[in-house]
Design a protein around this ligand. Structure first.
Ligand code: NAI
Ligand code: CS2
Length: 480
């Protein structure tokens, strides 16, 4: 059925910008933007969006020729729905003119800055949440605070301008998959500001707000085939379109500067006092199994999550992870049945329309493992509970970042620590020294430093991975 653009439900008149979003990627356009558009449709308000890329002009160059309007494609298992999104009024590319973005962020009309800059965009140590002051981008920003490159640098510079202008600060809402994302962001901003100007840091500490939130919608990267399929269905060439599953959830700590925020509850977001149980549930049950399937599934030859869970060995591995190693040590949000939540996750993974590449999810594992897998392992070890499946997932990550798969083919590893991690697997054939070489990466494994027993478990998992391969080792874990 050919749909034309006029058949696509528009969001109505574009609202006046009140928000600047840093990191105009697929997830913002498929999740955060849909909630904002729904909130504005329900309750109005000057909550339009100016998007900012801190890296490249790619997204701007796709959106600008189409007046920043794009299609969000909802992919159900059997059908798809098209929504025309016209919330974004402008897109800026920070490296082209950092001062311009700072000026936009300092404008009184902007009361909220949201972020999806990926886990690595915070320039922090995942194991501790501390700012990496020796990170080249942070070092640059300390030396050039008026022309920053990092998200943290832009936030602090814009807050400084607002303070000097006698304005209220904006609220900063991280929508990245970080544990306690708001508190982590607050710590990083205060650390950076404190090094530049203690008075500024004190003002931010008392006046600004950094609510935590849990975000959830599976949004795979858009492919050329996706774009061609939308042309065929709607007659519209949209290079900025996004593809997403039907499910969405947003749980937000209701803590905004002067209580000033869009009416996100009207869009179905849950405004709560404490996000942490929702966040632990999602990061461990969803992202923990996502990363497990990404590494072990990729090594076993499965290109997507759908392919991996269509393999009975990996479906059973997921079930074992939830039943024996993740859910027993989770305290669920009140009234939540975690077994039903996990079953719903499996249905989401099985959606044949969602081609979510294991390679994409495998990215940046050094920034993801602590909150997705290592924290759960640490809790199991403290409770003296075995967790061989999670330990195998860590061994799978180690093998993956070695840069070579089970057939010796090179893997295009994307990770801030890729150069440091590549080849460790091959350089240490002995399982114990191999485990030691990875456990020495403190920014990743810091939280397990006090768990000496983990070394032996990890060495065993590495040995089994070498002997049986990812699928064979996953099969054996099930049998234990
Ligand atoms: P994407 O690749 O489409 O966009 C990533 C955005 O982050 C781009 O704008 C890029 O320029 C920016 N970025 C990357 N590294 C950066 C850095 N060092 N400094 C500043 N900006 C940087 O990815 P997508 O799908 O939008 O995901 C982004 C984040 O959203 C994820 O890392 C995750 O934290 C969160 N998220 C994603 C979901 C998904 O299914 N895609 C679901 C839930 C959360
Ligand atoms: C995925 C997440 O790419 C990844 O690391 O695990 O982006 C995942 O799709 C989302 O967290 C789902 O809400």
């Amino acid at each position: 059925m050919r749909l034309s653009a006029r058949d696509l439900p528009r969001g109505g008149k574009r609202p006046v910008p009140g928000i600047i979003h840093l990191g105009l990627g697929a997830f913002f356009r498929a999740h955060v933007a849909t909630y904002l558009a729904d909130a504005i449709a329900e309750s109005g308000g000057d909550w339009g969006v100016i998007g900012a890329s801190l890296q490249s002009p790619a997204t701007r160059d796709k959106l600008a020729p189409q007046d920043n309007v794009y299609i969000a494609v909802e992919l159900g298992p059997k059908d798809r729905d098209y929504r025309l999104m016209d919330l974004i009024s402008d897109v800026v590319v920070a490296p082209e003119d950092p001062g311009h973005l700072i000026g936009l962020m300092a404008a009184p009309a902007i009361r909220l800055v949201t972020l999806t800059v990926t886990e690595k965009g915070y320039c922090h140590e995942p194991a501790t949440g501390r700012l990496m002051t020796d990170h080249p981008v942070i070092a640059h920003d300390f030396a050039h605070p008026d022309s920053p490159r990092s998200a943290i640098g832009f936030l602090v510079s814009a807050l400084d301008q607002r303070r000097r202008n006698g304005q209220r600060p904006f609220t900063m809402l991280s929508c990245d998959n970080l544990p306690e994302n708001g508190r982590v962001l607050r710590g990083l901003v205060l650390e950076f500001a404190g090094a530049l100007d203690p008075d500024l840091a004190r003002w931010i500490e008392t006046e600004a707000r950094f609510p935590c939130c849990m975000v959830d919608r599976i949004v795979p990267a858009t492919t050329e085939d996706d774009i061609a399929a939308v042309v065929e269905a709607t007659g519209r060439l949209d290079l900025a379109l996004v593809m997403h599953e039907p499910f969405r959830q947003w749980v937000i700590e209701d803590d905004f500067v002067d209580g000033d925020r869009p009416n996100l509850a009207a869009a179905g977001a849950e405004m709560v006092a404490d996000v942490s149980p929702f966040e632990a549930m999602k990061l461990r049950c969803l992202n923990g199994t996502h990363s497990t399937l990404a590494y072990l599934g990729y090594l076993a030859g499965h290109a997507t999550i759908h392919d991996a869970v269509s393999d009975p060995v990996f479906e059973r591995l997921c079930r074992r992870l939830w039943r024996d190693e993740i859910i027993p040590i989770l305290i669920p949000p009140q009234g939540t049945d975690l077994t039903a939540y996990a079953e719903a996750l499996l249905e989401r993974y099985r959606n044949p329309a969602i081609r979510h590449a294991t390679w994409q999810i495998a990215m940046d594992g050094s920034q993801k493992l602590p909150q997705r897998i290592l924290g759960t392992i640490a809790d199991n070890l403290r409770a003296e509970r075995p967790c061989p499946a999670l330990t195998l997932a860590v061994a799978g990550w180690m093998k993956y970042v070695s840069g070579y798969d089970e057939a010796g083919r090179e893997i295009d590893v994307r990770d801030p620590l890729a150069d440091r991690l590549r080849g460790i697997w091959q350089a240490h054939p002995d399982p114990e020294t191999r485990a030691d070489a990875y456990l020495a990466q403190g920014t990743v494994f810091g939280m397990l430093a006090g768990q000496p027993g983990f070394r032996a478990d990890l060495a065993r998992a590495c040995a089994e991975l070498d002997i049986y391969g990812a699928r064979g080792a996953a099969e054996r874990v099930r049998g234990r």
